[in-house]
Design a protein around this ligand. Structure first.
Ligand code: HEC
Ligand code: HEC
Length: 452
């Protein structure tokens, strides 16, 4: 409303002011020009009559009467105008500030978007929806092995996983020799402002939590289907591949139903524990407070379920670890919802799938899941030593690592690099982050990692 008011009154007041000033000025100028023009060619001798010192003096009655009144009147009108116009102008100020701020954001978002299209679309896909980078694989002595497509992550969840500073670090320095360095500190071509514009633009394309959850589940189901696919694609006909794809997809959906069945009683139990609180909140009038309280309760239910899943001797280990495995190696949107792209060598360029088509190359036959790549190895019980309690591992994955802060029971002395993303809902540095993964999903991954 204030913006609207500002936009319309602002313009009207501007016009009135402009007219108030320009009309009299124009009138005076025209009159003056007319007088000058009319007297441009005075008759000879007429100046004698016009000589000021020979004019009759203006009488006191006029000077102290009409003229004085007129001058004072004009002063009063000007004062009144200023008195009215200044507060009116002031009234529009908040609207103008809001307008300027909205414009400011829009300008930098637009600039970031243009820069993205120019510099990043080729790898990260249109609108930051994931793509591939061409990468040349070499062996240990630098000989050409193969040209591969390295998955370039979707950027529409990046600010759920990383803080702006952590994203700035990747933009400045690049990563793994495949993501180029863009910022000055890493030797790239962009100024700090240009890097910031990109971050402002990324902020404008972030997905909401419901969409993220749907993507996680679809990706995990597809991953399960890929693991359940039987037979050698290269030796199968198109019809056989289609049949086997349909069969493995149906089996994957059955598996997800098993996961739901595993969670349902735990959720019911948690809801029962919280029944009194839920009933209390539901009695609140509908609105922001109520929604916030219900969201808090949902968070608590998730935490209870996660704790149950990680309880020693949890009955359905097989489903739990199987679920953790597909969440860990989720390939959706170039792997952004999973862990394998950073913790499993070759996963980002499909090294195993590639081994089938490139002959005589040293590209691996099988993934060593969690064997370490950009992130450290998680195998041979590495996480069991690092985090004595599974709950510690759960909160580390929820929050991610922070630069220079050590973590775990046997903390890394140098502390984290900030490059391990946070995957759960959290508050950090005064900012709230949406969940990329729910607490039960993270618990499944913890169980899987501890089994490696
Ligand atoms: C040559 C291809 C290429 C270009 C061009 C490129 N990137 Fe990347 N980028 C990648 C790859 C590949 C990764 C993932 C690296 C890895 O797997 O370690 C990546 C990673 C990232 C990440 C970290 C994502 C995450 O979830 O970990 C961000 C942020 C990013 N890029 C932003 C950008 C922006 C912004 C631009 C344009 C200024 C850009 N990239 C240009 C290939 C590219
Ligand atoms: C963008 C790359 C990246 C992704 C994706 C990633 N990690 Fe990490 N992870 C790291 C890095 C880097 C470290 C080392 C800590 C540091 O440098 O801050 C790490 C450390 C860890 C550790 C501690 C290991 C140790 O011994 O220090 C665990 C556990 C872990 N990650 C689990 C996960 C899980 C689970 C996921 C997926 C839900 C995941 N990571 C996704 C990069 C990543």
């Amino acid at each position: 409303m204030s913006l609207l008011l500002a936009a319309s009154t602002q313009r009207t007041i501007g016009w009135v002011l402009a007219l108030l000033v320009t009309v009299p000025v124009l009138f005076l100028m025209v009159r003056r020009a007319f007088v000058i023009f009319a007297k441009a060619d005075p008759e000879v001798g007429s100046e004698v009559e016009l000589a000021p010192n020979r004019l009759p003096a203006v009488p006191d009655e006029f000077l102290e009467g009409t003229r004085l009144d007129r001058s004072l009147g004009a002063g009063l009108v000007t004062l009144a105008l200023i008195g009215v116009l200044l507060p009116l102008y002031w009234l529009g100020e908040p609207g103008r500030i809001d307008g300027a701020e909205a414009n400011w954001d829009r300008i930098f978002t637009d600039r970031g978007g243009e820069s993205y299209e120019e510099n990043c679309t080729s790898c990260h896909g249109p609108g930051g929806t994931a793509g591939n980078a061409t990468f040349t694989l070499t062996d240990a002595s630098g000989n050409f092995v193969s040209q591969v497509a390295w998955a370039a992550p979707a950027l529409n969840t990046i600010l759920t996983r990383f803080s702006e500073d952590e994203v700035r670090h990747v933009l400045n320095f690049g990563r793994n020799g495949v993501m180029p360095a863009w910022g000055g500190p890493g030797g790239g071509p962009m100024t700090e402002q240009q890097v910031n514009n990109l971050i402002v633009w990324m902020r404008s394309i972030q997905l909401d939590e419901d969409k993220i959850q749907a993507n996680v589940r679809d990706g995990a189901t597809e991953r399960k289907a890929a693991l359940l696919f039987e037979g050698d694609r290269d030796a199968m006909s198109d019809a056989e591949i289609a049949d086997e794809t349909a069969r493995s997809m149906a089996a994957a959906e059955d598996f997800m139903a098993e996961v739901d069945a595993m969670l349902a009683p735990l959720e019911a139990e948690a809801e029962e524990t919280l029944a009194a609180r839920i009933a209390g909140v539901e009695r609140l009038p509908e609105g922001e407070t109520r929604d916030r309280e219900l969201a808090k309760i949902d968070g608590q239910i998730e935490s209870f379920v996660a704790a149950d899943l990680l309880e020693e001797g949890f009955a359905d280990q097989e489903t739990l670890i199987g679920w953790g495995e597909i969440l860990f190696s989720n390939r959706a949107d170039s792997g952004v919802y999973g862990c394998a792209r950073c913790h499993t060598a070759g996963f980002s360029y499909q090294a195993v799938e590639l081994a089938r088509t490139v002959d005589g190359n040293p590209v691996i036959d099988e993934y060593d899941q969690g064997g370490g790549a950009f992130g450290p190895s998680l195998t041979d019980g590495a996480t069991v030593t690092r985090f004595i309690e599974p709950g510690q591992q759960q909160s580390f994955i929820t929050i991610g690592s922070q630069t220079g802060v050590s973590y775990g029971s046997t903390g890394r002395s140098a502390g984290g690099s900030g490059q391990m993303p946070g995957f759960g809902a959290r508050s950090e540095g005064g900012n709230d982050y949406n969940a990329l993964l729910t607490q039960p999903e993270i618990a499944a991954i913890v169980a899987y990692e501890r089994s490696l």
